[in-house]
Design a protein around this ligand. Structure first.
Ligand code: ATP
Ligand code: MG
Length: 226
């Protein structure tokens, strides 16, 4: 909980589908006192729980399209309002200019982290991705394998591949990103709050993100990444 007078950090993490937002976010919230709000994880939990919102969103997700803004507002805006005094890291929202304008009204942000990973690298990488859907924890058979193959490290529950990680759906997600989300990046670039991190792998990008964020918020513990 933030104390009066101490600045609260509102940050966004952006980048194309499969670029490592989830992986980098997990590391950020572990090293800095921030709450991770991930729109895709929230949607998958709603689907798993069979809620009305989940039922409405599911066909869009499976088809690699964006979920309509109104549904996303119902999902995310209330949650952000509850976290007024917390440091948060928003992952996967906003993804359209309309969403960016809505979130700007609630809370102006100071930091936007853009993970810039080439599309061809993403398409290759996504094939090895496995997820623990209830928690959103992400693994990769090569780069961050679970301790026991096919099982979540924390709960031991089975890992799954996302339906929308099929190559043809990934292609559609990348197209939606180009059309709908790249304009959001330009919006933040024009505001002068966008910082871009380029690389092929999360392990390569992460030390730079850590160093950058350490200039904005004190890490929970001192970790030196070389
Ligand atoms: P990754 O999780 O691999 O980085 P991603 O960014 O495409 O990739 P998620 O953020 O998990 O994946 O989102 C999965 C799907 O959920 C999207 O393809 C889209 O259908 C829907 N979705 C998530 N966030 C939004 C949003 N802000 N607006 C509209 N649709 C969304
Ligand atoms: Mg994600």
């Amino acid at each position: 909980m933030a104390t009066a007078g101490i600045k609260v950090l509102k940050a966004l993490i952006m980048g194309p589908p499969g670029c490592g937002k989830g992986t980098i976010s997990e590391r950020i919230v572990k090293d800095f006192a921030m709450i991770h709000v991930a729109s895709g994880d929230n949607l998958r939990r709603q689907i798993l729980q069979g809620t009305e919102l989940g039922k409405k969103a599911e066909p869009y997700i499976d088809d690699g399209q964006l979920v309509p803004d109104e549904i996303m507002f119902d999902l995310i805006l209330g949650e952000l309002a509850k976290l007024k005094n917390a440091n948060w890291l928003l992952d996967g929202f906003p993804r359209t200019v309309t969403q960016a304008q809505a979130v700007q009204k609630i809370e102006p942000k100071e930091v936007v982290i853009d993970l810039n990973v080439p599309f061809e690298v993403i398409i290759e990488r996504i094939k090895g991705r496995w997820v623990h859907i209830p928690s959103g924890r992400i693994y990769h058979t090569e780069f961050s394998p679970p301790k026991v193959p096919g099982k979540d490290d924390v709960t031991g529950e089975p890992l799954e591949q996302r339906h929308d990680d099929k190559p043809e759906t990934v292609q559609k997600r990348l197209e939606a990103y180009k059309k709908m989300t790249e304009p959001v990046l330009n919006f933040y670039r024009d505001e002068g709050i966008l910082t871009e991190f380029t690389g092929n792998y999360s392990n390569e990008i992460w030390p730079h993100v850590h160093k950058f964020l350490s200039t904005k918020i004190t890490p929970l513990q001192y970790t030196v990444y070389k």
